[in-house]
Design a protein around this ligand. Structure first.
Ligand code: FES
Ligand SMILES: [Fe+2]
Length: 448
């Protein structure tokens, strides 16, 4: 399968790949999780940290992954490196803060100290080590780290293929969005009672959208979406934006969400009464007119100016973006339990403004609340919560994701039922099939 074989959700171009179903074991079995750890998590390049978090000497970020924890640092020369986050004395996790800036890292147990190059620089009572203190071998073990698409990526496999080779076409299809120039405005992590792949599956198909997300029909056309499957297990979907869903009759007046988009670009919604079909072209023109002031608009095709695009980079990164914004949704497995996972949502904006004069985004996050910025770096603090907080309304990740989360916990319960054999996929779910096919290939190769 490749990008030249797209699937239109209405089936206007038939899907030429083969949909493969699979057993449910992969969602619930600890044995399967162990195989995945060996074949996927310890072998894949994973988007760990946005470049803006590691710009100044001394900046650091911790990226937890299953049973492992990785420390990314920016050294005195401005070079970014990654290390296992574990003290070489007696194995204590060295850094517990998520982000920060420091001259060196002091272990909370016996006060061994490491610099931002991972070198051991101090240990108390040094004379008492009868076999000496070989600092070359007692430095923090390095983890592969490289930069692409505005992020530092890590790989636990020292012999992994280069990042570029792993990402394949992903750099060429997203490079012009220049994610490195975006600003992080919100950092959230939710723990969910389901397998990580149930969340990836959820964000790999629009089959559920008409029913679970009725608000989408007021600003995007999921019926005309286009799904693409790429080599390496990666996938993408284009959803035409700044219009209503073509499965339903066009309204006489712009919907509330289209009205907000028009207003954000200085257009009078009343002018579009009876002409809702003209809104998409009008917003494209308005963005083109901004090119002189905001040259990044020149990077994009007409479709890219208004469509919402989501690209899933195998195995765990889901990027949803428009010229003005990006969400990185990222799955991380639980250390021991296949029935639990973590979903990170990092929200970025091209030109962050004060909430008061900030235009609404073209997605449905109108009720999104900003977290407070930390005083020192102006970085939003990470906000961690449980999916039950979302269901009770004490936390939100936007209406759409909240709706998804309400379903996912039920999905995991059903997976355990004797009455459920495994998924039975529609063509519209071709990206789900493509992802699992690649996962199966990796597991087969690693075990042969
Ligand atoms: S475990 Fe870190 S100094 Fe002892
Ligand atoms: Fe959804």
């Amino acid at each position: 399968m490749n990008a030249e074989q797209p699937l239109n959700q209405q089936g206007q171009k038939s899907y030429s790949g083969t949909i493969k179903n699979f057993s449910k074991e992969r969602y619930i079995s600890s044995d399967w999780s162990a195989r995945e750890w060996n074949a996927v998590w310890t072998k894949s390049w994973l988007a760990a940290v946005h470049v803006s978090d590691l710009r100044e000497p001394g900046d650091f970020v911790v990226f937890d992954l299953g049973p492992e924890s990785v420390l990314l640092t920016c050294n005195a020369q401005g070079n970014v490196q990654a290390f296992y986050n574990v003290c070489q004395h007696r194995g204590v996790r060295l850094v517990t803060d998520h982000t920060g800036n420091t001259e060196n890292f002091r272990c909370p147990y016996h006060s061994w100290r490491y610099d931002t190059d991972g070198d051991l620089i101090y240990a108390p009572h040094q004379d008492g080590f009868q076999e000496g203190l070989p600092t070359q071998t007692l430095c923090l073990p390095a983890v592969r780290c490289d930069k692409a698409l505005g992020f530092y990526w890590i790989n636990l496999d020292p012999n992994a293929e280069p990042l570029d080779a792993f990402l394949k076409e992903m750099v060429s299809i997203m490079g012009h969005y220049e994610f490195e120039n975006l600003t992080l405005v919100q950092d959230q992590t939710v723990s969910i009672n389901c397998n990580w792949k149930a969340v990836v599956d959820n964000f790999s198909e629009l089959y559920h959208v008409h029913y679970l997300h009725p608000q989408h029909r007021r600003f995007v056309d999921c019926t005309e979406s286009l799904s693409e499957c790429y080599e390496g297990g990666h996938t993408r979907v284009w959803v035409p934006g700044a219009k209503t869903d073509s499965l339903f009759s066009t309204p006489d007046k712009p919907t509330d969400l289209l009205t907000m988009q028009l207003q954000a670009f200085g257009l009078d919604a009343e002018q579009y009464e009876g002409k809702v079909d003209e809104i998409q072209a009008a917003i494209r023109m308005a963005k083109r007119a901004l090119e002189e002031k905001e040259p990044f608009y020149g990077n994009f095709s007409d479709e890219e100016l208004t469509d919402v695009i989501q690209t899933n980079v195998f195995p765990n990164a889901i990027l949803t973006y428009q010229p003005e914004m990006l969400w990185l949704l990222r799955l991380r497995p639980h250390a021991t339990d296949p029935n639990q996972c973590y979903l990170d949502k990092l929200s970025f904006e091209r030109s962050p403004r004060d909430a008061a004069d900030r235009p609404p985004e073209s997605t449905d996050d109108l009720q999104e609340k900003r977290t407070e910025h930390t005083g020192k770096t102006n970085r939003p603090e990470r906000n961690c919560f449980d999916y039950s907080d979302v269901i009770t309304g004490s936390a939100t990740m936007t209406d759409t994701i909240d709706q998804d989360l309400s379903l996912l916990a039920h999905a995991q319960k059903g997976m355990h039922s004797e009455g459920f054999q495994g998924p039975w996929l529609n063509e519209i779910e071709c990206r789900v099939s493509h992802f699992h096919e690649h996962l199966d290939t990796l597991i087969r190769h690693s075990e042969n």
